[in-house]
Every structure is written in structure tokens, then in C-alpha cells.
Design a protein around this ligand. Structure first.
Ligand code: AP5
Ligand code: MG
Length: 193
């Protein structure tokens, strides 16, 4: 049982590490960016609204994201735990998530943040843009996503530090090295199976 959140800038490795933690802990990896991209690909009403925000590197409005996340968390599988990636991303989302979690007795155990210097973030995202062609991995949009992270999401670190559940991890080095650091930092919470 692990209820964890990955809170880190674009390119820090939330998706990469989220998959690994989820596998080790046997709980689903729930990434709001992936859920939104699926809606965009399926051209749903939500996808049509989200597309423009995502292409510009802006955040999708809180009300839409909250609806999407609560719908997913209400499914049977996440009841055993989850690794959330990319949510909450604004103070309003964090407050909304906290009151939901208290109401259903599912508050987070750990909020993992990955520290990676900005030039390395940009390098990784440009590389992914070249290899995978993700719409928002262009130089201008990457810069904007990093600015949005700094102004909207970074303040949440303090919110979780104050609740004493923030787990800072060095996100540089190989993927395996980062996974090992996360497992060590999680200590008794680590999903060693
Ligand atoms: P989202 O999909 O969450 O994108 P992001 O936060 O910009 O983060 P990324 O997915 O780009 O990076 P990551 O940290 O997952 O790193 P990854 O493991 O992929 O959000 C996209 C958009 O959706 C937002 O801009 C917004 O519009 C909307 N959205 C999503 N959630 C929202 C919310 N809650 N509220 C409002 N709007 C929301 O790694 C990156 C690359 O680096 C990969 O190629 C990977 O292979 C490589 N890599 C990973 N680790 C390493 C390593 N150790 N060494 C070298 N390379 C590595
Ligand atoms: Mg991601």
C-alpha cells in the first residue's frame, strides 16, 4: 500500500520513475498528462478543450483536471494505493486533493520531488521532442512549461514540507540510480517486494 505523488518540473523523470515505483508497489501510476493526452487523441470534449492549453504549455483549468482525477481515483484499482504524477499542480488542486483524501481516509504517504538542473531538463525534453515528437517538447514551449512550473507548482513543495511528507531526491544520473535513491529515501514506505 503506497499513496505517493511525484512533484517535479517537466523532464525531471516523473513518468519514468512513476512507472517503476508503481510496478514495485503494485499500485497504478496515474499521470494526468497521459490521461489528458488520451482524451486529446480520442478527440473527446475534454480533449478538445485541453488541447490548446497543452500545446501552449499552459495548465488545463483546475475544474477539468479535478473531475478527471477523481473519476480515475474512484475506480476499484487505486483503492489499494497509487502513484500520482503531475497532479496536484496548483494550490487549488492540492487543497482540493487534500480535502478529498481526508474525506475518504486516503491522504498521501509521500511526495517525491526530483531535483534536476534546468539545462539538463531542457536537454532531456529537446531530445524527447526529436525522438518522440511530443507536441509541447519545442524550445519555446519547454521554457514556458518551466516558468509555469516555477510560478504555479513549485509553491506546493512548501505545502507538503509543512505537512512533513516531502521526500527530496537527486534526479540526476542514470534512471537506475534515481530509482535506487527514491527507494532508499522512502525508507520503510519503500515497496520492496
Ligand atoms: P505532463 O505530461 O505532466 O508533462 P510535464 O510535467 O511537462 O512533464 P514531462 O512528462 O515532460 O516530464 P516527466 O517529469 O514525466 O519526465 P519523463 O520521465 O517523461 O503535462 C503535460 C501538460 O498537461 C501540461 O503542460 C498541462 O498542460 C497539462 N496538465 C497535466 N497535468 C495537469 C494538471 N494537474 N493541471 C493542469 N494541467 C495539467 O522524462 C523526460 C525525458 O527524459 C524522457 O525522454 C526520459 O526518457 C528522459 N529521462 C528520464 N530520466 C532520465 C535520466 N535519469 N537520465 C536521462 N534521461 C532521462
Ligand atoms: Mg511525464
Amino acid at each position: 500500500m503506497l499513496r505517493a505523488l511525484l512533484l517535479a518540473p517537466p523532464g525531471a523523470g516523473k513518468g519514468t520513475q512513476g512507472e517503476r515505483i508503481s510496478e514495485a508497489a503494485g499500485v497504478p501510476h496515474i499521470a494526468t498528462g497521459d490521461l489528458l493526452r488520451t482524451h486529446v487523441a480520442q478527440d473527446t470534449e475534454l480533449g478538445r478543450t485541453a488541447r490548446e492549453f497543452m500545446q501552449r504549455g499552459e495548465l488545463v483549468p483546475d475544474s477539468l483536471v479535478l473531475e478527471l482525477v477523481y473519476g480515475t481515483l474512484a475506480e476499484p484499482k487505486p483503492r489499494r494505493g497509487f502513484v500520482l504524477d503531475g497532479f496536484p499542480r496548483t494550490l487549488a488542486q492540492a487543497e482540493g486533493a487534500f480535502s478529498w483524501a481526508k474525506r475518504v481516509s486516503r491522504t498521501f504517504h509521500a511526495v517525491i520531488t526530483l531535483d534536476v538542473p534546468q539545462p539538463e531538463l531542457v536537454r532531456r525534453l529537446l531530445e524527447r521532442g526529436r525522438s518522440e515528437g511530443r507536441d509541447d517538447d519545442t524550445e519555446d514551449t519547454i521554457c514556458h512549461r518551466l516558468d509555469v512550473y516555477e510560478s504555479e507548482t513549485q509553491p506546493l513543495l512548501e505545502f507538503y514540507r509543512a505537512r512533513d511528507i516531502l521526500v527530496p531526491v537527486d534526479g540526476t544520473g542514470t534512471v537506475d540510480e534515481v530509482t535506487d535513491r527514491i527507494m532508499t529515501a522512502l525508507g520503510p514506505l519503500a515497496p520492496f517486494v
